[in-house]
Design a protein around this ligand. Structure first.
Ligand code: NAD
Ligand code: TDX
Length: 355
């Protein structure tokens, strides 16, 4: 099996590639533009492996994407390349429209032309796997779960751009017969996540004794999934998912943001008892809310469990401990990831668009 992964230098894509190289005999081509979020250091464990190749390509670059298909002859595409941070989408939506919508369209068109050129056996076996988010379903109240049939209701520029891309993928299946599968996953956490997202930002700030900025009252709920569990779900759907279907992926781990930050602070107190900043919960600071902040996400992952036998391995507590230990042991990765790019400043307060 030859797999073309887009966005493989990012948080989830690199987890997928490390897992695929370690646990299968597949070959992987990683197509990534290397934006601020792309980091080849996250692939150090595989970059000498003969089954791994890196191509620095922007998915919006149609001739280059066409070349990738011709040159590497993939049996499947797993599409993760995206602008992924909600706060950045509020400050500057253009890059989100460009990569998430136009980029997905460009990739679909190149995939379709390539797929049409394959023998009928290879056409049947081919898969275009689009990796998406639960945020396309909008916001839940205190009750209920997102199902695969939940109406799309995206609220942020990020989630609207992902919803648009989901619709394009669905249409390329319906109209052209391209064999697609789609997954919509809840919030991931784990090693190698860019320190702009809640959990790694809080870890980095706590270690530096900086305030831990909780938006609003910290009552918003997310359904957390350890990144390696997401990677295994993606492999499961790619291998066994039914063409044209959507699978929701979630961790059955709903927590308010305030619960997440308190749990994280308690673990840091335990792992760094001599820190001058312990108890770290004293650093918690309530700050202005995110504009349009979705209240609650929660996934019904019954379909992927019952049809494909996937369930997560980590609980939130075991996964968070592993994550914090990884960040404590990999401060160099964090420092290099943000150097000259991001100083931990507040994003997403709708300051004038940089685009
Ligand atoms: P990330 O921001 O860590 O990584 C994105 C990667 O895509 C980076 O390596 C970046 O360089 C690359 N990229 C961006 N624009 C590109 C372009 N035009 N061409 C080629 N490469 C480009 O994101 P992530 O958290 O790993 O998310 C990966 C995917 O999973 C995204 O599609 C995201 O919407 C989806 N997702 C993320 C989460 C989450 O909690 N992080 C949850 C559900 C779904
Ligand atoms: O400093 C912060 N303080 C805070 O209270 C940050 C960065 C976030 N938050 C809140 C906002 C959210 O309610 O924490 C929650 C999680 O925020 P993010 O880490 O920015 O994630 P979220 O907005 O939920 O989106 C994530 O999950 C779904 C990913 O970034 C998306 O790519 C994915 O699709």
């Amino acid at each position: 099996m030859r797999l073309l992964v887009t966005g493989g230098a990012g948080f989830i894509g690199s987890a997928v590639i490390r897992q695929v190289i370690a646990e299968t005999d597949w070959s992987v081509v990683n197509c990534d533009k290397l934006t601020y979020a792309g980091n080849l250091e996250s692939l150090a464990a595989v970059d000498q492996n003969p089954r791994y190749r890196f191509e620095k390509v922007d998915i919006c670059d149609a001739p280059e994407v066409t070349r990738l298909f011709a040159e590497h002859q993939p049996d499947a595409v797993m599409h993760l390349a995206a602008e992924s941070h909600v706060d950045r989408s509020i400050d500057g939506p253009a890059a989100f429209i460009e990569t998430n919508v136009v980029g997905t369209y460009t990739l679909l068109e190149a995939a379709r032309a390539y797929w049409k050129s394959l023998s009928s056996d290879r056409q049947q076996a081919f898969r275009f796997h689009h990796v998406s988010t639960d945020e396309v379903y909008g916001s839940l109240g205190p009750e209920g779960l997102f199902h695969e049939t939940t109406r799309y209701d995206p609220n942020s520029p990020y989630s609207a751009s992902k919803a648009a891309s989901d619709h394009l993928v669905r249409a390329w299946n319906h109209t052209y017969g391209l064999p697609v599968v789609v997954t919509n996953c809840s919030n991931n956490y784990g090693p190698y996540q860019y320190p702009e997202k809640l959990i790694p930002l809080m870890i980095q700030n706590a270690l530096a004794g900086k305030p831990l900025p909780v938006y609003g009252k910290g009552e918003n709920v997310r359904d957390w999934l350890f990144v390696d569990d997401h990677a295994s779900a993606l492999r499961t759907v790619l291998a066994n998912g039914r063409v044209g279907e959507t699978y929701n992926v979630g961790g059955n781990s709903e927590r308010t943001n305030l619960q997440v930050v308190h749990t994280l602070c308690a673990l840091l107190d335990e792992l760094r008892p001599d820190s001058p900043f312990a108890p770290h919960a004293n650093l918690i600071t309530f700050v202005a809310d995110r504009p349009g902040h979705d209240l609650r996400y929660a996934i019904d992952a019954t379909k992927i469990r019952d049809e494909l036998g996937w369930t997560p391995r980590e609980t939130f507590e075991t996964g968070l401990r592993r994550t914090i230990e990884w960040y404590l042991n990999n401060q160099g990765w964090c420092e290099r990831a943000v150097a000259g790019r991001y100083a931990g400043e507040r994003l997403g307060l709708s300051t004038p668009s940089k685009s």
